[in-house]
Every structure is written in C-alpha cells, then in structure tokens.
Design a protein around this ligand. Sequence first.
Ligand code: BDR
Ligand code: CA
Length: 305
Amino acid sequence: KRPIIIDTDPGIDDAIAIAIALFSEELDVRLITTVAGNVGLENVTNNTLKLLAFWQKDVPVAKGAARPLVLPLIDAANVHGLSGMDGYDFPSPAKHNLLSIHAVEAIYQELVSSKEKITLVPIAPLTNIALLLRMHPDAVEYIEEIVLMGGSTTRGNKGVMSEFNIATDPEAAKIVFDCGLPIVMVGLDVGWKALVYREDSDKIMQMGATGEMMVSLFQKYRSGTFNTGLKMYDPCVMAYLLQPEMFEVIPGVVDIELDGKMTKGMTIVDFRGYLGDRPKNARVCVDIDGQMFRQWLLASIAACL
Ligand code: BDR
Ligand code: CA
C-alpha cells in the first residue's frame, strides 16, 4: 500500500476524495490534517472527524493553520454550505482521533518515523505544507512527492484567473511549488471535466449508506447546479494516484503570481521556456478522460463499504 497524508478542508468534494482513499486497497492513509479553506478550521476539523465517525474508521487527525499565511481567509461556504458539509445529519465527530499536536508537527513526526517515503496529498490551501517546509526543511528528505489539487493552466474558479486552493493562500503555494520536490498539479483543467451527473447520483443512491450520504451532500453542493454536472475536483487527485492512465500530463514550470492586481494567486504554467531555462518543477495534468473518470468514480464509491 502506498502511504499518504491527506491535507484537507472538507468540503463536499474533499469528503468524496477522503472516502475513496480510506477504502482503497492501494492507499494507506497514515494521517489526515486540516486547514482553513472551504470553511473555518473548527468546521473542517469537525467535518473530518464526522466522516471518520460515519465510517467508524480510526485515522489520526491533526488540526493545522486557522488562516492563510498573509491574506485573510475568504471561505467557500457559498459552495459547500455554512458547515462546509451541509446536507447530511452526521454522527458526532470521532474526537478520539484528534491528536493534540499541530498538523505541521503531526506530519513531520509521521514522515520521520515512517520506513517508506510518504506522498503528500493536499486538497486544500497549501498553508500547512508551506509551514512544514519552513519549520522542518529536512522534511523534503522523507516525502516521495506532492500530488495536489490546485491551479489551472487557463482560467480560474475563485478569481478570473485563479483557482480556489492557490488563490486562498498564494504565498504558501509559492513556497510549495519552489520546494524542489516532485509535484503533480491536478487542477481545474481536469477538475472541470471530472463530473458527476444526476443519473450517476441515482446509481450512487443505491450504493448503501455511503452512497446515500454522498447524494445528500451533492444536493447542497453549489446549491443544485446538478444539470451541468457536479465538479469532483478533489477526487481527481485520488484518481491520479490510483489510475493515472486517465490523465494527460505535461512537465512544466509552474510559478505563482503574487503581485498581480487582478491575477494574484494565478498559476503561471510555462510549457515552452518563456521563463528561461528554469527547471520544470511540476507535472501538470492538462486533460482527463471524463468517461473513464465517471466509471472509476462510481466503482470507487461502490467500494466504500
Ligand atoms: C478546490 O476548492 C475547494 O472548494 C474544493 O474543495 C477543491 O479543493 C477546487 O478549486
Ligand atoms: Ca478541498
């Protein structure tokens, strides 16, 4: 099993991604860390613990940064609901899974005590990962790679040109993209094609308690834009880890715009050497087979038992 640490802000699509990872035969979720993003830190942490209670899974959880490094937090409660996971009546949070140390320390301890290198899977603003890199620079020695949901080679979903996870904490994203580790950027180029439709939700509804829970969340996600499909951004990183054949990936130079008046938080993705001979620092997912994703998603949710 491939050891991973998920850094997350549940978040409806985060919840689906976490489910798939926890029930996967190929992934070993060693730790889940939380960060302010879709909603505030208390809510995203509670949501993570509620998910664990729902599945009766015990995975350690550690609470991380309550706000981005420099910017104030502007959340996405308009997309995910005020709680971040509106639409389902969850059991009480499984508080016994909550560690008493900060996410950064929890990640570091897990990294240094692991026999194998660990893959970091951030599906939220990159604040915790940036803090880790600054507080424990030797952490890079223990990380296999970073497979993250964030960015776009085209337009944005938070700003005209910026994606939510990067735009929420651009300074943190800059630290992460500059860290020298292998990075896979799973961004909007694929997230916009990773859709679940109403017909799928009828099938998911039949998939036991997890299916019913997910469909209840879907009904609150973006408050009902089901018609054109719901975007499964965060599950794309699990798809990449488990079935990379469905992606087209191009190595490139990725930098983060920090000064732009209208483009702050934009990922500048250079495939053609415009930025000089800087080393390519990320493998960028530029396309996905949407049909394959849809089948994979349904099969993966069906396996969440
Ligand atoms: C990202 O933003 C969040 O709202 C989602 O959970 C996902 O991680 C998509 O831009
Ligand atoms: Ca997320």
